[in-house]
Design a protein around this ligand. Structure first.
Ligand code: G3P
Length: 217
């Protein structure tokens, strides 16, 4: 399973990238706003840092303008993935840009039918939002499972990119179900290393080591 980082914070991406944890990056208008950076500048910096796909989202809502924005974003670097919302105009944009050979990430997906139609429109990635479904008392991971089954039934090559990941359990579930990619905030990725029994065990080892009076170096 690939790990994408869901942020436009360069330092956080660099830290995880140095550890080989970054297979790609996803951004959206809210993340650009949080970074306080210019979209074209920060996206270029991210593309220079990371080898894998970097999603940059269009903000127009009508196909013609979305396509124009998508083409402009795609000029930033070869690893740009144009991100479009799952609307009818977004699907038109997806079809046009994917026919031009560009990677497209169709975002704001909340149903299996939406995922099906995005695959038909040639999406490279589909981004179902797990956490936002959980927010309204649905099970976001059930959606990932449904999409996995449907794509496998028909051999769609669109990659399932589980998004709106809020917890480490979301990551475990996505890995179990077979999502192709998860995109998560840096703090969730870092939490994957944590376990209270690791901390407790290490504390006991350190206490016993101190009693030996030895050093290694
Ligand atoms: O990748 C989508 C993500 O940025 C949305 O996350 O937590 O705002 O639902 P969230």
């Amino acid at each position: 399973m690939k790990f994408f980082v869901d942020t436009a914070e360069i330092d956080a991406i660099a830290e995880l990238n140095d550890l080989g944890m970054v297979d790609g990056v996803t951004t959206n208008p809210s993340l650009i706003m949080k970074s306080g950076r210019d979209i074209l500048e920060v996206t270029k910096e991210i593309c220079d840092l990371v080898d894998g796909p970097v999603s940059a989202e269009v903000v127009a809502t009508e196909a013609e303008a979305m396509i124009a924005e998508g083409r402009k974003l795609a000029e930033i670097a070869e690893n740009i993935t144009v991100k479009v919302p799952l609307t009818w105009d977004g699907l038109k944009t997806c079809k046009t840009l994917s026919d031009e050979g560009r990677m497209v990430n169709v975002t704001l997906c909340f149903s299996a039918n939406q995922a099906l139609i995005a695959a038909k429109a040639g999406a490279t990635f589909i981004s179902p939002f797990i956490g936002r479904l959980d927010d309204i008392n649905l099970d976001g991971c059930d959606l990932i499972e449904d999409i996995r089954t449907i794509y496998d039934n028909f051999g769609f090559e669109t990659q399932v990119l589980a998004a709106s990941i809020r917890t480490v359990n979301h990551v475990t579930e996505c890995a179990r179900i077979g999502a192709d990619v998860i995109t998560a905030p840096p703090e969730v990725i870092k939490k994957l290393a944590a376990h209270p029994l690791t901390d407790k065990g290490l504390e006991a080892f350190m206490a016993d080591w101190a009693k030996t009076g030895q050093t290694i170096l």
